[in-house]
Design a binder for this molecule. Structure first.
Ligand code: NAD
Length: 326
């Protein structure tokens, strides 16, 4: 198949591109290489080359094509849309919960308008199969756990979550207008592992622990997260590409939430060092728990997360040690 992956140089996207190329698909990676990794950390200049490095091993592969492009630049997207595309995996987004409070409009432009533009342009070029990244954040502060796909999404508490919810609604409307499309929305739950996003706790914990630098922990560390290893997310995504439904929304989560403090304790054991915790107030936008009901993914995709938290953190540490950043 010939597949467009938007956001293909990012954390999840680069792993998806690699997996698709390895199994023989042709991939067109569209990414604007924005400076979010640089601006979202105090020492962010260390990450200036991270996205290019994520796809470095693919650059010489004849099945991999890179288009450095902004999905919100509609004219350029229309003018350069690749020919004969079978499916779009749409991952490009502004993805940080906390940063979304500082620049709501870039989140709306990218996650809401940008997604609509991608759908419309791809559809006009005869693409009918779409796999789109949504987020567990749409469940907000729901108290009923685990979160299942039919649960209400009224209690979102960050601009990021609101944009993902609006994106989901727009996708549904798009499908209603074009029922011949095949569309799967995947709600990812706290993804971690090799190439981990530099603003997320898993990467920051391993990085700070390895360098002896302080880790700013927001709150007391009892928040529960359904940490899901990136290889399991890629597996679910590939199954979704290969199993087109008219329209489905499916959780991809580990189904075993643990406290942030437990993640820290396991990381400390694997790194072999104690993390220096700098205590900060709880962060606006952080929900107390994420916990995926995955019975739908099991039933429809035959998907089951396979990576234990210990193995997943070991994978992240091993990758971190092999890829030193200044
Ligand atoms: P990421 O920031 O590493 O990847 C997103 C990629 O999109 C980046 O490479 C970025 O440069 C690109 N991008 C952003 N705006 C763009 C634009 N206007 N034009 C072209 N490219 C653009 O984030 P990620 O963690 O890999 O997330 C991928 C997707 O998964 C996102 O849609 C995110 O909302 C979703 N998601 C991620 C998680 C997680 O835990 N990482 C959880 C839930 C949902």
């Amino acid at each position: 198949m010939r597949i467009v992956v938007t956001g293909g140089a990012g954390f999840i996207g680069s792993s998806v591109c690699g997996a698709l190329v390895r199994r023989g698909d042709e991939v067109v990676c569209i990414d604007n290489f924005n400076d979010y990794y640089v601006t979202s950390s105090p020492d962010g200049r260390r990450f200036a080359s991270r996205k290019m490095n994520n796809i470095a091993s693919l650059r010489d592969d004849p099945s991999f094509h890179l288009q450095t492009r902004d999905i919100t630049d509609r004219l350029a997207m229309e003018a350069t849309w690749p020919r004969a595309v079978d499916a779009v995996v749409h991952l490009a987004a502004r993805a940080g919960v906390r940063a979304s409070f500082d620049d709501v409009s870039i989140y709306e432009q990218t996650n809401v308008s940008g997604t609509s533009d991608v759908l419309e342009i791809a559809f006009a070029h005869s693409v009918r199969r779409f796999i789109i990244a949504s987020s567990s954040s749409v469940y907000g502060t729901n108290e009923k756990v685990p979160f299942s796909e039919d649960d209400p999404t009224e209690r979102t508490i960050s601009p990021y979550a609101i944009t993902k919810k609006r994106m989901e609604q727009d996708c549904r409307a798009f499908h209603d207008a074009h029922p011949e499309t095949r569309m799967t929305l995947l709600r990812f739950f706290t993804v971690y592992g090799p190439r981990g996003r530099t603003d997320m706790a898993p990467y920051r914990i391993v990085d700070r622990c390895s360098r002896g630098a302080p880790f700013e922990r927001n709150g007391d560390g009892t928040i529960l997260r359904d940490f899901t290893h990136v290889s399991d997310i890629v597996d679910g995504l590939m199954r979704a590409i290969d199993t087109p439904f008219p329209f489905e929304t499916i959780n991809l989560g580990n189904n075993q939430p643990i406290a942030l403090n437990q993640f820290i304790a396991i990381a400390e054991l694997i790194v072999g060092a104690k993390l220096r915790i700098e205590q900060k107030n709880a962060q606006q936008g952080d929900v107390p728990i994420t916990y995926a009901d995955i019975s739908k993914a099991q039933r429809l995709l035959g998907w089951q997360p396979a990576t234990t938290i210990e193995q997943g953190i070991a994978n992240l540490v091993e990758w971190y040690n092999r890829n030193p950043e200044p």
